[in-house]
Design a protein around this ligand. Structure first.
Ligand code: FES
Length: 101
């Protein structure tokens, strides 16, 4: 496990999600009210990138079959998804976003 500087805080505007890759692992980074969170970027149902989905009220909706996950916990909540998303620790140093993976 190591911290990776992957983006700037200004790259992820409030209520949005971006996709990055860390050592081959696709990661989604979210900004919820100025707080940052990270999950695996691939839906646990089939292949879709959650960074192409929709953030609403602390949840991410998958763009393919509208499965819904809680962004903070990764918990699979609604739709055809029953496997939780992996989450990753995030910290901010200056304007840098770091993710531990
Ligand atoms: Fe995400 Fe089916 S691929 S809900």
């Amino acid at each position: 496990m190591a911290w990776h500087s992957v983006a700037k805080t200004s790259d992820v505007t409030e209520g949005e999600v971006i996709g990055v890759e860390i050592e081959g692992t696709p990661i989604a980074i979210y900004n919820l009210d100025g707080e940052f969170f990270a999950t695996h970027n691939v839906c646990t149902h089939a292949f879709a990138l959650l960074s192409d989905g929709y953030v609403d009220d602390g949840k991410i909706e998958c763009p393919l079959h509208q499965g819904i996950f809680d962004i903070r916990s990764g918990k699979a909540e609604e739709g055809p998804v029953d496997e939780d998303l992996q989450t990753f620790p995030v910290k901010v140093e200056g304007d840098a976003l770091l993710i531990e993976i």
